[in-house]
Design a protein around this ligand. Structure first.
Ligand SMILES: Cc1cc2nc3c(=O)[nH]c(=O)nc-3n(C[C@H](O)[C@H](O)[C@H](O)COP(=O)(O)O)c2cc1C
Ligand SMILES: Nc1ncnc2c1ncn2[C@@H]1O[C@H](COP(=O)(O)OP(=O)(O)O)[C@@H](O)[C@H]1O
Length: 313
């Protein structure tokens, strides 16, 4: 898969020679609904013998017109994760457009002419039923009008789970309320993220539960504070683990939020390793314990729950 970064003013003369089948969308999460769009485009590309391209953007469009804080500015899938998943879906080219004020200020007709036709040589454009590519007049029902027979348009219907639309917003809400099973169902894979193992306060080994402390990208949206069953990939190996994401309240108020994972049947020095964490099940909320002994007793119990989880999968 080739990633081609496009800036509105720098790449004015960009032109792709081969006609393309293009799936268009922001695709945060690359959830089951997004996968339906991309798989539809993939099938058409195969039937026509053309490459499959995805048009996506480097950040949320809202960033151009409002101040964003907290989880609002974070992503279910950051750049690397999104690209990784797109590659696995069989995408040949990604046009990664810098979403700037000047890019968004184009009229829908200009976007279609400048981008879909002139730059990207669209043969077919596929997107979800609610996709917009500019202002309120830029919906999928009007795309054939702007296309004016220069490319075909395919509108993909909503993917429903439990009678509700699969959407990034629904996934974000479930992440924020710790409903990781629902998150994973909507994504069509376990929610995962990446990071690097750094030093903590060396308390873990004294508690009898050493933890890898994971430093992750600030733009990565994480599950809500709590204790979770996870799988952790270090090098090429997967390990079972119990994760704590929280402020380690037992050790004082207002600590920063950290991600720490005790790995089962593991005893190695792994500082500096890159890891991937797959989130599988929420065990409980964080507790501010009155003493270390109570925290240890609770972690003994968490370990039992974690082992049971893996016995039953
Ligand atoms: C499975 C698990 C559950 C935890 N639950 C809590 C908790 O409920 N309350 C809390 O204050 N800390 C909790 N912790 C965090 C420990 O306080 C933390 O791992 C310990 O302070 C080690 O810190 P260090 O890595 O900086 O040495 C938990 C840790 C793990 C691995
Ligand atoms: N079962 C285990 N789970 C997690 N880390 C382990 C385990 N066994 C050994 N380690 C090592 O111990 C380190 C964590 O020890 P800990 O006392 O929690 O110190 P710190 O929090 O300062 O890193 C890990 O980074 C890892 O290198």
């Amino acid at each position: 898969m080739e990633i081609i970064k496009i800036n509105h003013s720098i790449h004015e003369r960009f032109h792709f020679d081969t006609p393309l089948v293009i799936a268009m969308g922001f695709f945060d999460g690359v959830h089951l609904g997004h996968q339906k769009v991309i798989n539809t485009a993939k099938k058409i590309a195969e039937q026509k013998g053309l490459p499959l391209a995805v048009i996506t953007y480097d950040h949320k469009p809202e960033l151009v017109y409002k101040k964003m804080d907290g989880n609002d500015k974070r992503y279910i899938t950051i750049y690397r994760t999104k690209m990784n998943i797109l590659e696995h879906l069989g995408v040949d080219y990604v046009f990664y457009i810098n979403y700037s004020y000047s890019f968004q200020a184009q009229s829908p007709q200009n976007f279609v002419d400048n981008y879909l036709v002139n730059r990207f040589n669209a043969d077919t454009v596929v997107a979800g039923f609610d996709h917009t590519y500019g202002d309120k007049d830029a919906d999928m029902d009007r795309l054939p009008h702007y296309a004016d027979n220069r490319f075909s348009v395919v509108k993909v219907s909503a993917d429903l789970i439990d009678n509700k639309k699969v959407s990034s917003t629904r996934i974000r809400r479930n992440l924020e309320s710790g409903h990781i099973k629902t998150v994973n169902k909507l994504l069509g894979r376990p929610f995962y993220n990446e990071g690097v193992i750094v030093h903590g306060y060396a308390r873990g080994r004294e508690l009898g539960y050493p933890t890898i402390n994971i430093d992750y990208d600030g733009l990565q949206m994480m599950p809500s504070i709590g204790v979770y069953v996870t799988k952790v990939k270090i090098g090429n190996e997967w390990f079972e683990g119990m994760a704590s994401i929280g402020r380690n309240e037992t050790f004082g108020d207002n600590n920063p939020i950290t991600l720490e994972i005790n790995l089962l049947n593991f005893n190695r020095n792994v500082y500096g390793e890159n890891v991937q964490v797959k989130w599988l099940y929420k065990i409980r909320n964080q507790v501010k314990f009155t003493g270390i002994d109570n925290l240890i007793l609770q972690m003994d119990h968490d370990k039992m729950v974690t082992e049971k989880f893996f016995e039953n999968v």
